[in-house]
Design a protein around this ligand. Sequence first.
Ligand SMILES: [Zn+2]
Length: 272
Amino acid sequence: MRLRLAATLAALISLASTSAFAAAPRDCQPQAIRDLERLAPQGYAVYQAMRDKKQFLAFLTCSDVQLGLSTAVHESVHILTEQRDGYPLITGGLLPRQHSVSRFFPPREIAGKFKVDSYVETYLRRGAASSADDLMYLLDELNAYSHDLGSASQLVGLKQRDGEVDHRAGLAALMAFLLEYVEVAREHKATTWEGLRRPEIKQLLETLWLQAESTLIASLPIRGFGGEAYLQRLCDTRHGGALAELFGRPPIDPSACAGFATAASPTGAVTK
Ligand SMILES: [Zn+2]
C-alpha cells in the first residue's frame, strides 16, 4: 500500500465520472512505459515481471507520470511479493520471505515512539495496514518503498508540473520504523531480539536495509522529495544502537548524514 493511493484512486474515479475527461487518464500510458524502460530500467523490470499488465497500469495515472509510475512500481512489487513469497530486489533476484518473523512482536507497539503523522497512522496503527501487526509486511513496505523511490529518482525529468511529492518520505519513514523496532526488541522483547539475530533473519534484514539505505542516499541530492523529519531521526546517533549492534556497522553511512543537511528544507518536514 502506498500512502497516496487512496487520493490517487479518488482522483481517478472523479475524472472517470466526468465524460469530458473519461479517456484522458490513460492516454499517457504507452509513452510512460517507454520512458520507464529508458529512464528507470529496474522499475521497468517490475513492469515486465507482472503477468497481468493491467494490474500495473491500474496505478499509472497521467496527472503526474512520475508519481503514477513510481506508485505502479510500488504496488506491483507488493503483488509480486505475494505471488512469489519473496521480496523482488532492485538489482534483480528474489529474497525469500521468512515467515517466522510473523511470530515476533507486532510493529504497532512502536507507534508511540513517533510523533503521529500519516505514515505512523497508515503503517503502525492497529487496524490499518497489515504492517502494523506483522513484521513480514513491514519489510514488504520497506522493499516496495525502495523500488518506489529508486524509480521516482530516475524519473525526475518526467515531472510536467509544479508541486512537490514526498517521494523520499515513505522510505525514510519505513527505515525509521524498522530501526526503532529493532531498538525496542533489544531493550524489551527478548524473544524477538533473539529471533532477529538468527543468521537467516539477520541476512534478510541486512539485505533489505542496505538496498533501502543506498536508494535513500542516492536520492539525497534531489530537492523537494521530502522526508526530512525521518532523515534527521535516521541520522541521529541517539537512535539505531541496536541496528548497529545487529549489523556491526552504523545504520546509515555517517558521511551521507553530513550531506543530507544540504538536501533538507524545513518546509518539507512531515508534520501531518
Ligand atoms: Zn505499500
